[in-house]
Design a protein around this ligand. Structure first.
Ligand code: GAL
Length: 707
């Protein structure tokens, strides 16, 4: 694994440099200069202490080629700094000016059909274009030279959401870069032929010069899945290289400041493999937009659980979220009263030390005019702005109480996440297009919360050996080395839960032979003590076909069902298929979920997909077989709780101070008892008696206690 840069957190302009960062993307270039003083007045009122500045300001900074005009930016930074507001300064390269595209249309990306992508939105450039890189790096150097010694600039914000719009580029530049990427990866063309299985459909290549991009090949022609997966990795690596080049250009001139770029971690997105990116930033930061509906809080916590693992347990930064509605979905719901503050505090409860929004002032024109902001169209006399001020005060109280720098307590259970498996589940040559690794991770996360267990979400590539339980839902592409690590984990006493489509292929998209799951040349099957000869894809909605198959304990599978046989005398069957649909498929009484001892540990196989309710039901059934969470053995841990509450603990690194965070997951008030410490935040929450609190819908309680 690449060595990680050391953790470096941006200072605030407070006397100690410490405190929870609070603010948002600040785009004063959208407004007349007079608005800036008013902005600063309102920022102070709202306790804003930091802003991300100049993200989309390239055309203002370099209005014509080579003509740099910094006066406006100097003025804005000076005013902010004088008001005690620190600047997370952008490289300003996220959107190039029209003059650049006009002069160099060759930097525009090409889609898979060979169409040139048009300029006029954002990120309309090829990650592999040397011409674009030259312009971007020149701007980076100019920014660095100008602001290297500016004490108000306390962090660098590189690009913006790399890969949001130019993740897939099929240009000739990309083709040449892909060929050399493949050469670096495989060394010899035989290795590539072997990995891609090119014996199929006459795809043998004689040299790296014959390697192709997975461009559109007519009709519904299918792409070689191994080639597609490599193309995904390549796209990730090209953008990461681009980020590194920009970062290095600035760092050379301006060493010592912390660098970051905003990730896009959310449980239905996976543009990048952030397990790699996290090594290249000084602090990790994320843009997270809420999912409307019942999953709102759980989804946020699940995304954040991955963020906290990417940060290796260190505090991390919410670079963007919304005070209320976004504007980029077909229907954009606003937040309910209380959710503005609750969501921000939920991020804090999950390990964030910085709460920023997109954006400070709601635009009055342009594509994002209907996206919410900290100062809405209605102005300061508005619920949203009052909520922002209330949040600022609460965050300041948490800073004063010493929350900043405390770390989220780990759970005992890790759900393993792999960006490569998420990409693999999107592959169009799989037996079902309904597979989703991320959604299964989220269902497991929520199913566990439903029975009062909290899990971490940890990248497969990281070290998860300290957990008691690991869960692999739909880790479709499981490399041999990871299969070995999993088997070793079980061998030495860990409990492993393997989901129905985990280990179906390896990282080259090769299917292991001898039965499913084939990962590790049979090692996964051996660990599980089962074998599946065939699987059945459900949900086709074909006439007179059962929509699902029931299990003997009342659960239902609706998507994917493996025909499982036990292969070890000590494999125990936890539940079988039963009922009319099972009979229809001649499955009655055959194993659906099994458990098998392996070394000092245990391996549980879930042979079919389950929804969140059934996962919760299953975890309840398995509770005797699963190690107890620590809080049932250690009095002060955070692992289980009333299932209606999300309970997390942040501790100081010396263990002396802890903050217990309680968030209501339900729509009804929830009363919690036996609560210790001093309340620092009681938001939509009332003290009922000593140690007893009633937390309302969207309420949050944060207690501080000392050892
Ligand atoms: C992000 C982006 C912001 C803004 C925001 C709206 O993806 O970084 O600039 O567009 O979405 O939700």
């Amino acid at each position: 694994m690449t060595e990680r840069r050391s953790f470096k957190w941006p200072a605030l302009l407070t006397s100690t440099g410490r405190g929870i960062a609070f603010g948002g993307d600040y785009n004063p270039d959208q407004w007349p200069d007079e608005v800036i003083d008013d902005d600063i007045r309102l920022m102070r009122e709202a306790h804003v202490n930091t802003v991300a500045l100049a993200i989309f300001s390239w055309d203002r900074i370099e209005p014509r080629e080579g003509e740099f005009t910094f006066d406006w930016l100097d003025m804005v930074i000076d005013k902010l700094g004088a008001a005690g507001i620190a600047v997370d300064l952008a490289s300003a390269t996220a959107t190039a000016p029209i003059w650049l595209y006009d002069k160099h249309p060759e930097v525009l990306p090409v889609d898979r059909y060979g169409h040139i992508v048009n300029a006029g939105s954002r990120q309309s450039w090829q990650p592999t274009s040397p011409v674009f890189k030259e312009y971007a790096l020149r701007l980076c150097r100019a920014m660095a030279e100008r602001y290297a010694n500016n004490s108000y600039v306390t962090a660098w914000h590189m690009g913006n959401e790399y890969g949001w719009n130019n993740r897939y580029d099929y240009s000739d530049n990309a083709l040449h870069a892909f060929r050399s990427w493949c050469k670096d990866k495989y060394g010899t063309i035989e290795q590539l032929n072997d990995a891609w299985g090119t014996a199929f459909w006459s795809q043998h290549v004689n040299s790296f010069e014959e390697v192709l991009l997975p461009r559109h090949m007519g009709g519904d022609a299918m792409v070689n899945p191994a080639q597609q997966l490599d193309y995904e990795r390549f796209g990730n690596d090209m953008l990461l290289d681009f980020y590194k080049a920009e970062r290095d250009a600035i760092e050379k001139i301006c060493p010592g400041k912390p660098f970051t770029t905003n990730f896009m971690v959310s449980t239905d997105q996976c543009a990048m493999d952030y397990a790699k990116w996290a090594n290249e930033v000084d602090f990790v930061s994320n843009d997270h937009y809420f999912h409307e509906g019942e999953s709102h809080l759980d989804e946020l916590a699940c995304s954040d659980a991955l963020m906290d693992s990417l940060a290796l347990g260190k505090p991390w930064y919410v670079m963007e979220h919304s005070t209320s509605a976004v504007q980029w979905k077909p229907l954009n719901m606003r937040k309910r009263h209380g959710e503005l503050v609750r969501d921000a505090l939920a991020h804090v409860a999950m390990g964030a030390d910085a709460i920023n929004f997109f954006q400070w002032r709601q635009s009055s024109s342009g594509a994002e005019a209907f996206h919410s902001a900290m100062v809405p169209h209605a102005g300061e006399d508005s619920k949203v702005f009052r909520g922002v001020c209330e949040l600022g005060a609460v965050l300041e109280a948490l800073s004063d109480a010493g929350l900043q720098g405390t770390e989220l307590e780990h759970a005992d259970t890790a759900i393993l996440f792999s960006a490569e498996s998420e990409w693999a589940t999107r592959c169009q040559t799989l037996p079902s297009m309904k597979l989703s690794h991320w959604h299964d991770v989220r269902d497991w996360y929520r199913g566990l919360l439903d029975v009062g267990r909290r899990a971490d979400v940890v990248p497969l590539a990281y070290d998860w050996s300290q957990y008691k339980i690991i869960i692999l839902p739909t880790v479709l592409a499981l490399p041999d080395v990871d299969t070995r690590r999993i088997a070793d984990f079980a061998q030495t006493g860990g409990t492993v839960i393997i989901g129905y489509a985990t280990g179906l292929v390896d990282e080259r998209f090769h299917v292991g032979l001898g039965g499913y799951p084939g990962a590790g040349n049979g090692l996964l099957r051996q660990m599980l003590g089962i074998r599946s000869e065939e699987f059945n894809v459900l949900g086709s909605e074909a006439e007179d076909e059962p929509a699902g198959i029931t299990l003997s304990n009342g659960m239902t599978t609706r998507l994917w069902q493996n025909d499982v046989t036990s292969t070890a005398p000590d494999t125990q069957i936890i539940t079988t298929y039963q009922g009319p649909a099972a009979a229809d498929w001649e499955l009655d009484g055959t194993p659906a979920i099994t458990t098998h001892s392996y070394g000092a540990g245990k391996a549980i196989y879930i042979g079919c997909d389950l929804d969140r309710q059934d996962i919760a039901h299953l975890v309840g059934l398995l509770s005797d077989a699963l190690p107890l969470p620590s809080d049932q053995t250690a009095a002060d841990s955070s692992q289980t709780c009333d299932a209606r509450i999300l309970h997390t603990v942040r501790r100081s690194t010396d263990g002396a101070v802890r903050f217990d965070c309680y968030l209501n997951r339900s729509k009804q008030p929830v009363e919690i008892t036996g609560i210790h410490g001093e309340p620092v935040v009681a938001y939509r929450c009332e003290s009922v008696a000593k140690g007893t609190y009633a937390i309302m819908r969207n309420g949050v309680l944060i207690m501080r206690s000392e050892r």
